[in-house]
Design a protein around this ligand. Structure first.
Ligand SMILES: [Zn+2]
Length: 278
């Protein structure tokens, strides 16, 4: 059975696959609209309850037109198990990172211009500049291999460069980024681009960048509500995506949180606030 077949039976079962395929397709289209993906780049995600395979798009499908029917299920040797089409030539990146990082459920590889620029500046490192960049406090390593990653050995090297971090730049090529879900990965990619732009603007002004200090990052993280923030941004971008015609109208009910449900969300962590007031 292909993902498409499963997707057509969407309302008949509780399988998370159709919903995840839809989210993966929607996130891809929206990241293309944000100039984070383009004619290349891809997102993968694990399939709950399966440790033999993950989802990724058909390599040749336009990132602007991706739908759940274009999502393949592939094993960790990059063989297609379900769906018709060939996975991207750099699928091995996803396989090796997902193998190396059990804490990660979704991976993006993209060729974001702003990120690549930071791999070509002598003596300049990408730094956590904006508040949301506290996500990358552990570091932003750069992988030295600028070639396309098509071999397992290359992908293992890249996964080693990434190590325990949430992102790694790839010299003159792009980046890889990881998160706990497709939605979290989406918002991280948005914030990563914002942060790169902020640092570049400071550098272009001729001033010395002043990144977040460890103390500032600690204070930011104390107030952080990552899941709520991801939900808020997803709600914003998904609605924008439908308004601007990036997404198919028939996906609306499956992807858009209702205004009512958003109203009920807690925006403060009472325990943290009580601690701050003391
Ligand atoms: Zn690439």
């Amino acid at each position: 059975m292909s993902v498409t077949d499963i997707a057509s039976k969407k309302n008949s079962g509780a399988s998370p696959i159709p919903q995840l395929a839809l989210e993966l397709a929607a996130a891809t289209r929206m990241l293309e609209a944000e100039d984070i993906l383009d004619y290349s780049g891809h997102i993968s995600c694990r399939i709950p309850g399966r440790d033999d395979a993950f989802m990724i798009q058909i390599g040749s499908t336009s990132r602007q037109e991706l739908g759940p029917a274009d999502i393949l299920i592939v094993d960790y040797d990059c063989n297609v198990l379900e769906g018709e089409g060939k996975p991207p030539s750099e699928t091995v990146i996803h396989a090796e990172i997902l193998k190396a990082r059990p804490d990660v459920n979704s991976v993006i590889h993209c060729h974001m211009d702003l990120a690549i620029a930071f791999t070509m500046m002598e003596g300049v490192k990408m730094l956590p500049m904006r508040a949301r960049a506290s996500r990358w406090k552990s570091g932003i390593p750069t992988h030295p291999d600028p070639s396309h990653i098509k071999l397992v050995e290359q992908a293992v090297d890249l996964a080693n460069t990434l190590g325990p971090h949430h992102v790694a730049l790839m010299r003159a090529h792009g980046l890889v980024m990881t998160a706990e879900s497709v939605r979290h990965l989406y918002i991280d990619a948005i914030h990563f681009k914002e942060n790169a732009l902020a640092q570049l603007q400071v550098l272009q002004s001729g001033a010395k960048p002043v990144p977040l200090t460890e103390e500032e990052i600690e204070a930011i993280e104390l107030m952080e509500m990552r899941d709520w923030h991801a939900k808020k941004l997803w709600n914003y971008y998904i609605r924008k995506g439908f308004k601007e015609g990036q997404l198919d109208p028939e996906w609306q009910a499956a992807l858009t949180p209702t205004k009512e449900s958003m109203k009920r969300e807690k925006m403060f962590d009472d325990k943290v606030l009580a601690k701050m007031k003391r």
